[in-house]
Ligand binder design. Structure first.
Ligand code: GLU
Length: 589
């Protein structure tokens, strides 16, 4: 539905001034939530990584070159969320062809995995036990993603793109409060692996210098030998050994189950090129990640539901009420219908059809709250207000990942979310290699979420677990206006949806849209909400409407870029979440 008023409102919004000032951080490079200027932009959670990205752009590299360099740097400074032991989704806008394409670098299950991967004696393993194990480790997709992205769109070799990150790992960086906290939170399980303990314990002090020579050497090996070092070489053999015989500290009482990954699993890994999801929203085209991520379909369905109301005209309470209800309904459909499309018949296009969204939107009342879990709709046969079968609850997902957004002087854009799943992944550092292995396979349903209802997300050989990662690029008449993404497990989807609607419909400046207090409704009886959200008058009014909340400290950590009408870029990041992000441009103002 085209609404020209919204489009022109968007154009004027892009000139609105930012909100919050930078937050000073002693002894560490500055973190700034906003930068505006020419020549390209980088937004990530980390100042060293964003600096490296801007250097690549300044020297003539394009957005893909910079994105790979930033991601590799995050593998050094944000190693509990990102790195070559994990996977992710890479969304790219090509300024020459005006096309958005994606790379699916999701981890895959080894060939030996069956639907009962996390079932013992007829019962699902406790989540915490499954996470810290070789069982949870999927075949890493991140190195292959970097290689394929550079081959397809980049100008740098992998060798050159990884050089700054190798140097960063070798020379070290200043430990900040977030790094310190992340190690502290994981200290118990890190102590249970000899390799992880040697690298990260005792917990490094804030302000100290942290060096990772093993990771520097691993990056050097990838630079010299290419990613075959991992998929067919010595590095791969070390990964397989760490998964099949985890380096457990003698005397630990933790039961660490080994995984079944083989050299053949690594050799068989490939990144999938996928068509992006596309949703028309108020005259804009919103592109996202297709299954096995549920990001594109769920953000898209919710936007289609919300398009029924002019959110710009609603009261703040009605805006939030509709945002929560649209999230609730879309989550019901996500849980029922989305999994790895190579294994399940995922109705991607039908989920994104306006007719389907219309059949769901009619369930929303301005004066009452839906009771969760609500049942899914049937995208194959959408009928007004009809539901299809039993409701399925949203399974737990980890909350740590990292998202980077880059734009270059030619107008190319990258939105790239990468992860190990949990903060610290499986907890297993590959001995002598300086990086953590993921626990991505815990993103599978351990058992069907609703007994008797088909679950498209059960484990299987070579299968990719469903994700919530939602790297998103928004175009207007084929030109990028906004790109963003976030960590946060299942709350990624609602975070991206909230920032999109705050920016596009409610008219907040980008940094304010990112800083706004968040709430996340995922088809559960209560809505997760930040304490800052609960302190607002809107939260009281939503409570009076029937919404119930569970408090949490932080939801998500967004980074974004947007293009201004005069051609400049604005990079934007968090003001305080995760200690604040790092927005940079090549030539400020
Ligand atoms: N594993 C989650 C996913 O793929 C991401 C975890 C996180 O954001 O922390 O959706």
């Amino acid at each position: 539905m085209l609404r020209s008023t919204v489009v022109s409102a968007l154009a004027s919004l892009l000139l609105v001034a930012p909100l919050a000032p930078a937050r000073a951080e002693p002894a560490a490079p500055p973190r700034e939530p906003e930068a505006v200027g020419w020549g390209g932009a980088v937004a990530s959670i980390d100042p060293d990584a964003s600096r490296i990205g801007v250097d690549v752009l300044r020297r003539g590299g394009n957005a893909v070159d910079a994105a790979v360099a930033v991601a590799a740097a995050l593998g050094v400074t944000d190693p509990f969320s990102a790195g070559i032991g994990g996977g992710g989704f890479f969304v790219h806008y090509d300024a020459r062809t005006r096309r958005v394409s994606t790379l699916d670098g999701r981890e895959t299950a080894p060939a030996a995995v069956g639907p009962d991967l996390f079932v013992e004696d007829g019962r699902a393993l406790p989540f915490a036990e499954a996470v810290t194990s070789g069982l949870s480790v999927g075949v890493p997709g991140t190195p292959r993603t970097w290689q394929r992205a550079l081959q397809r769109w980049g100008t740098l070799s992998l060798d050159r793109a990884l050089a700054p990150a190798e140097e960063l790992a070798r020379r070290g960086f200043t430990v900040d409060a977030t790094f310190h906290r992340q190690v502290s939170e994981n200290a118990d399980r890190f102590a249970d692996f000899t390799s992880t303990k040697a690298l990260y314990l005792p917990v490094p002090a804030v302000g100290s210098r942290f060096r990772n020579p093993d990771l520097a050497d691993t990056y050097r090996e990838l630079r010299r030998e290419g990613v075959s070092a991992l998929y067919r070489g010595r590095l791969g053999r070390d990964v397989v050994a760490a998964v099949t015989e985890p380096p457990v500290t003698p005397g630990t009482t933790r039961v660490v189950r080994p995984g079944a990954m083989t050299a053949a699993d690594l050799a068989g890994y490939e990144v999938a090129r996928r068509e992006p999801t596309r949703t028309r929203y108020r005259g804009l085209d919103v592109f996202g990640m297709a299954p096995p991520s549920s990001g594109g379909t769920t953000v898209g369905e919710a936007l289609n539901i919300l398009e029924h109301t002019d959110l710009g005209d609603e009261t703040p309470v009605q805006y939030l009420h509709r945002f929560l209800e649209a999230s609730r309904l879309s989550y019901a459909d996500r849980n029922r219908w989305v999994g790895d499309p190579a294994f399940a018949d995922v109705p991607t296009e039908r989920l994104l059809a306006q007719r389907f969204a219309d059949s769901r939107a009619c369930l929303i009342s301005p004066t009452a709250v839906l009771t969760s879990p609500v049942a899914p709709g049937d995208p194959h046969d959408p009928r007004p207000c009809a539901t299809a079968g039993a409701p399925a609850a949203t399974p737990y997902e980890g909350t740590d990942t990292t998202h980077l957004t880059v734009a270059d002087r030619w107008g190319n854009v990258v939105a790239y979310t990468l992860t190990l799943e949990q903060e610290g992944g499986s907890g297993i550092v590959v001995p002598g290699r300086g990086f953590l292995l993921n626990n991505e396979l815990t993103d599978f349903s351990f058992t069907p979420v609703t007994p008797g209802v088909p679950d498209p997300n059960l484990p299987g050989p070579g299968k990719r677990p469903r994700s919530s990662m939602s790297p998103t690029i928004v175009l207007h008449h084929g030109q990028p206006v906004l790109a963003l993404g976030s960590p946060g497990g299942a709350s990624i989807i609602t975070t991206v949806l909230q920032v999109l609607t705050q920016r596009l419909d409610r008219g907040l400046p980008l940094v304010a849209a990112i800083a706004a207090p968040r709430a996340s409704q995922r088809n559960a009886a209560t809505t997760q909400a930040e304490k800052a959200f609960l302190a607002t008058g809107e939260a009281d009014a939503l409570h009076a409407l029937g919404h119930r909340f569970t408090p949490t400290d932080e939801i998500g950590a967004v980074t974004a870029v947007e293009r201004l009408p005069d051609g400049r870029w604005r990079a934007a990041a968090e003001t305080t979440r995760r200690g604040g992000g790092a927005a940079r441009v090549v030539s400020p103002r």
